[in-house]
Design a protein around this ligand. Sequence first.
Ligand code: 3HC
Length: 349
Amino acid sequence: MTTAPPAADRSPGPSEWQSAFDAAVAAEERIEPRDWMPDAYRATLVRQIAQHAHSEIIGMQPEANWITRAPSLRRKAILIAKVQDEAGHGLYLYSAAETLGVSRDELLDKLHAGTQRYSSIFNYPTLTWADVGAIGWLVDGAAITNQVPLCRCSYGPYARAMVRICKEESFHQRQGYELLLALSRGTEAQRAMAQDAVDRWWWPSLMMFGPPDDRSAHSAQSMAWKIKRHSNDELRQRFVDICVPQAASLGLTLPDPDLRWNEERGRHDFGAIDWEEFSQVLKGNGPCNEQRISQRRRAHEEGAWVREAASAHAAKRRARETAPTGRLPGSTTGRPADRTAAPKGAPAS
Ligand code: 3HC
């Protein structure tokens, strides 16, 4: 934020800080960690960024399920790289959240306790290899549609993290599309497997964008703060419009009998989303909620020794960097000088 709060020879009052913040948001300036910000803005960012970070690391599970069974070395290498990218996205996002004064440990505790959410989409199972393609094409495709506008989020660290994440997600989306294309051009059984995966992932992908606008608790305020740039329904519509021609190129159908082009709107109409299913998944009653969270808790517990070792190593390095060198004047070795050695230049005995 470059708009200076009105402070000259006195401390500004709360309304002056607020006005400076509002002016910075209106002028499309970035809010940075040390800038003043309203408590509710900070809390909204922590909620959204934490939920996003949790989604990235929980999202590693459904795809990791297929690493050992990928059909070729090439597919395995791609899948490993993708799952690893998701871990990296989690790290960028936890770091962005930490700039708001919360710690990663605190956020992970909340995820494990079930008091912070992760995306509904990762509570569905990956039953066949084609699901890896459907996740790439639809889930990562939905994620990109939602996340490209977040590169313009008013909060600097989140916006900057999103730039790299979106580049990587774009690769993820393409590999999913290419995988489905290979299956749809393969044997009849492979084509059927691709179609079945698309049938199962289509509706949950539309739910990723969140509840309809008239039931979205946070959208209006988040858009006023320029955290979100578009409403849930706007982005969902954009995603449907992108997917329809892509499905046709894949030779696959989207499982919605009401899906059709609306000449008047210049957009596709689509069928009703089962919001009851979405609500059940959010309440923890999706097909894989329990499995995902218990596996995450177990991974966290089993990784305790790695975190302890990394902390011990960091502490050792810090101590080494701050400790006095122990070097005596004139010594170049860093070891105490050999007091029995003859001083430099002394005649040899
Ligand atoms: N899954 C779980 N919870 C969801 C949800 C979803 N798909 N969509 C909405 N919700 C929750 C909200 O968190 C909120 O819950 P709360 O009040 O208890 O916190 C409630 O439903 C109401 O929804 P709102 O529309 O009011 O919430 P938001 O304004 O936060 O909008 C959002 C929801 C569009 C998901 C927004 O938070 C967002 O854009 N988040 C950043 C992107 C993100 O989190 N993506 C995760 C997708 S997966 C991913 O990125 C991994 C990649 O590898 C595919």
